[in-house]
Ligand binder design. Structure first.
Ligand SMILES: NC(=O)c1ccc[n+]([C@@H]2O[C@H](COP(=O)([O-])OP(=O)(O)OC[C@H]3O[C@@H](n4cnc5c(N)ncnc54)[C@H](OP(=O)(O)O)[C@@H]3O)[C@@H](O)[C@H]2O)c1
Length: 306
């Protein structure tokens, strides 16, 4: 059924955390929620960029900038401590921040950067904020990608393949991280349901949208001088960051059930209005999701929340 952003009610009195809210899809989702009266915690690794985003929003809602580097589990813990000191409950956590491709880099804990940021950091964050999500009957939204269709995680995936993939192929690792987001959302939904938890979990993807995700890669490859041309092409060829944020907003709408997967369905799911989609075959197998869950706990050295 077609969904219209007008269906998302006013959000006065509700509190959201959005990771990577200073740029692209996260910033557009935050802008929309603030305009609907919500309080949005902008979880960003560069607080200067966070303040710039905050200054671009118009109320009646409010926002606050908090530092979060998902590529450092100590930063995740410090962020969660700060948010927990200020809030008793959360209505939603949007796990949006992400990196794509680039050279092989590692997190503060020595895990491959893309998996460390896109999946492991978010899994640690969900765990650390679980008490607040529980008391708010909150929702976790995981921002995945059509790249998840190409993910190769399986029931036999090893710890090494997650934290130190070799050979390192940037796009293949990115696909695995986005498959992990989708698998994690499905498993969180199943486990929360079984445990009778009030927390729900929904995955979404933004199609292909005009954000810094692509130009950042050029900069990291030392060809940042191509960015102005790339930006001009993307502006014409891709849907806007605002359109890319609509699946996130639909995922937050309580008419969207826990376990759902939201994204555009036109042009190979690259653009269009947010629809309820079939979960990709790469993320349907509960045995693969259970293996990812087990490995994630092993790598983080702590149990996940449910
Ligand atoms: N754009 C698309 O077409 C597309 C397609 C499929 C999926 N996605 C997904 O959409 C999500 C949002 O991406 P976007 O397209 O909006 O790209 P973007 O404009 O590059 O935004 C990415 C955000 O993630 C933040 N980030 C990166 N590493 C981080 C870290 N270690 N700790 C905290 N924040 C970090 C970035 O912060 P800085 O600004 O400080 O670097 C930025 O705020 C990502 O998960 C991406 O995989 C996007």
């Amino acid at each position: 059924m077609t969904w219209n952003p007008r269906q998302l009610a006013q959000q006065t009195g509700r509190t959201f955390v959005i990771t990577g809210a200073n740029s692209g899809i996260g910033r557009e989702a935050a802008r929309d929620l603030v305009a609907r009266g919500a309080h949005v915690v902008l979880a960003v690794r560069d607080t200067r960029k966070g303040e710039q985003a905050k200054a671009s929003f118009s109320g009646p809602g409010t926002s606050a900038v908090h530092e979060l580097d998902l590529a450092d589990l100590d930063s995740v813990a410090a962020f969660a401590k700060g948010v927990s000191a200020e809030h008793e409950s959360l209505n939603a956590l949007v796990c949006n921040a992400g990196v794509m491709g680039g050279p092989q880099l590692f997190t503060a804990q020595g895990h491959e950067r893309q998996m460390g940021t896109n999946h492991l950091g978010h899994a640690a964050l969900v765990t650390a904020l679980w008490p607040l999500l529980h008391s708010g009957g909150g929702r976790v939204v995981l921002v995945s990608s059509i790249a998840a269709r190409g993910g190769r995680l399986s029931a036999d995936t090893t710890r090494e393949q997650l934290v130190a993939p070799s050979p390192y192929v940037g796009q293949a690792v990115y696909a695995n991280t986005k498959q992990a987001n989708l698998l994690f959302a499905q498993e969180l939904h199943r486990r929360a349901g079984k445990a009778g938890s009030p927390v729900s979990a929904v995955a979404c993807h933004p199609g292909v949208s005009d954000t810094a995700l692509f130009t950042r890669q050029l900069s990291e490859r030392g060809v940042g001088f191509l960015n102005p041309v790339a930006r001009a092409v993307m502006k014409v060829a891709l849907q806007s960051a605002h359109a890319g944020a609509l699946p996130t907003l639909r995922a937050l709408d309580h008419s969207t059930p826990s376990g759902a997967f939201v994204g555009p369905s036109a042009v190979g799911q690259m653009r269009g209005k947010p629809e309820l989609l079939d979960v990709y075959s790469t993320a349907k197998d509960p045995a693969v999701a259970a293996r990812l869950w087990e490995l994630t706990e092993e790598i983080l050295g702590a149990p996940l929340p449910v």
